[in-house]
Design a protein around this ligand. Sequence first.
Ligand SMILES: *Cc1c(COP(=O)(O)O)cnc(C)c1O
Length: 435
Amino acid sequence: MDRTQKLINFDPEIAQAINQELNRIESTLNLIASENYASPAVMEASGSVMTNKYAEGYPKKRYYGGCQYVDVAEDLARDRVLKLFDLNPEQYHANVQPHSGAQANMAAFFALLEPGDTILGMDLAAGGHLTHGYKINFSGKFFKAASYGVDPVTERLNYDEILRLAQEHKPKLIIAGASAYSRVIDFKKFKEIADAVGALLMVDMAHIAGLVAAKVHPAPFEYADVVTSTTHKTLRGPRGGLIICKASLAQAIDKSVMPGTQGGPLMHHIAAKAVAFKEAQDASFTIYQQNIITNAAAMAEAFIRKGYRIVSGGTDNHLMVIDLRSKNISGKDAELALIKAGICLNKNCIPNDPAKPLITSGIRLGTPAITTRGFTPKEVAIVVDLIDRVLTDPQNDELLEKVKVEVDGLCKLFPVYTHNSFVTSTSSSLKSLEG
Ligand SMILES: *Cc1c(COP(=O)(O)O)cnc(C)c1O
């Protein structure tokens, strides 16, 4: 069955949009720190017939009949994710049903808290995520949200200050984790703070899950009561979320996902998560994560050599935020000029940003996607050069056109999907799903 051909015949508008999106992916340098490219095997599972099945409940405890094969997928996903993070299934429990990272956080909050309880999370403007207490998000509407930022001098987490805020606000839950923080997060220190004020600890490792799986970032599991994540960032799976908790919280978490905050699970995505967790157990995935870090370090150094200021002075992980004030360009204008040259990234607040959130003084860059493409520090140096040329003369359309030609050349040398640059071939990973 050639589904693509059918789509072209039946719905040429959508078929064309998909094809254009593929061309955009192939011809754009993607530095968005939260994005990656799922493998053909992952996409085959997520585009599969499992999209049809209603499977409210959990394996072998469903509200609908006919779940025997989707049960296989969900059992494999749960087992594999615990194995991926070296967790003993007698001590830890995984829920792979959250539709997204935000849904995982919502389910975790409602499992651990009552509406009106106090939470302490990282400020969105300092690099946190909106689900950690932002005032117009559910997390800030249903809960009393206090926040911590970064130290004004070091631009790193200041654990003494977080302890002071915890003592002041007495939260029931402390949330560690970020979307735009380039340094190692010390989960042990967070646990000490939580214990000092009698709070629970949740770690949201959405951005760094792949790094944690490959042991290039410390793991949160021995310290956190609940760990949430996305599956599509450094972990490089399908778009989705997951929750891992101590076994004692298994029932509360499962109930909070369904029926608490979701209905039927997306079984095709759960199958695809299982495929991704299998890919992530391959030795090549560890090397991939190490390369992400090597490339990010090389990128930060190259920018520093060209006179850019990196927030906190550099990076330990897959991303960095650059303060553009010395270059006299806003984050918004930088983003707009760079996309004309085929370079995709996002404007980002710097700590205590004097500019408005839709303007910003910074940009956030990450290396997960270009590393999937196969970039090494050599190509990273070229990318930094291209970005610098654009930011030095952002109104010069002729220059932007020239840079775009160079971007095209680089992209053609490192295709995403036309060569199989992924660890697991489609057929072998799906065979294992079929048992
Ligand atoms: C991306 C992210 C999320 C949300 O994930 P979605 O899948 O976009 O809902 C949650 N927490 C953190 C820290 C994130 O970076």
